[in-house]
Design a protein around this ligand. Structure first.
Ligand SMILES: [Fe+2]
Length: 266
């Protein structure tokens, strides 16, 4: 993607978000998604650069990052929640908005962008995913998770949940016992579905279980550099299953980060 097209996409996204301004301001939860999208785009760009992708590829990575949560704005306006199971699949919604707006229509990169948006939130990437789309999809999934760790930990550590309860679907108690099914899935090193979440502790465990499934070495390096594992240690209960997973995942990420090669299948 050339730099001019990327600039147009970035501008369109800002203009689109402006459509949701009411009484001169964007709802704080929508502002949060705008900020998140910009940080994810930055993460995409930086990771793609570290992977040695060329300029056009780095630009496309950034575009996928900025657009990945386009569906969040109308989702929140219509339903007042970011919980997909209570509203709409926000990835599907974003895919529809991009098609309706024709913002990427006719671009060579259209399919890569649409595939990456549509699949960015699935638990596991389907094996039938197009080979050209897969590296970008893996990248935005990594970059998105990297920022979700930041947003959730920032909210918990700095007591922001009272002001922004919808960040964690209005759950705020970190002292509850984990759902046994969620803990069991973690112990079996399985990916945990959002549907098993009954408390904020479970929400954190879902995020913990993402760690061994990150695709790219530069993402693993950033997880370690940003102290995300230490934050999880600080926030989660000292259950032996959790402590063991944290230790194992740290070693795994250290190993992957130092390899500095793509862990992605493509
Ligand atoms: Fe998303």
């Amino acid at each position: 993607m050339n730099t001019e097209t990327l600039a147009k996409i970035n501008q369109w996204f800002l203009d689109y978000a402006q459509r949701f301004v009411k009484d001169g301001k964007l709802h704080p939860m929508k502002q949060l998604k705008l900020d998140h999208s910009q940080r994810v785009a930055k993460n995409c760009r930086a990771i793609a650069f570290d992977l040695g992708w060329n300029n056009e590829q780095v630009n496309l990575a950034e575009a996928v990052g900025i657009l990945h949560d386009t569906g969040r704005f109308s989702q929140f306006r219509e339903f007042g929640t970011y919980r997909d199971s209570d509203s709409v699949n926000h990835a599907q919604r974003g895919w529809e908005v991009l098609r309706e707006e024709k913002i990427i229509a006719g671009l060579d990169e259209e399919k890569i962008i649409l595939d990456s948006i549509l699949l960015h939130n699935v638990k596991e990437v389907p094996e039938t995913t197009d080979d050209n789309s897969r590296p970008y999809l893996d990248l935005v999934r990594d970059a998105d998770k990297l920022d979700i760790y930041y947003v959730i930990h920032d909210a918990l550590i700095n007591d922001k949940l009272e002001d922004y309860p919808e960040i964690t679907w209005k759950m705020s108690d970190m002292k509850q016992k984990p759902n046994p099914a969620v803990l069991k899935a973690l112990q079996n090193r399985e990916l945990i579905s959002y549907t098993g979440i009954q408390s904020l502790v479970d929400f954190q465990l879902v995020m913990l279980a993402w760690l061994p499934n990150l695709s790219y070495a530069p993402t693993c390096a950033r997880i370690l550099e940003r102290g995300i594992i230490e934050e999880m240690h600080q926030l989660l209960p000292a259950d032996p299953v959790i402590v063991e997973a944290l230790q194992e995942f740290r070693l795994l990420l250290e190993d992957r980060a130092s390899s500095n090669t793509s862990i992605s299948s493509t």
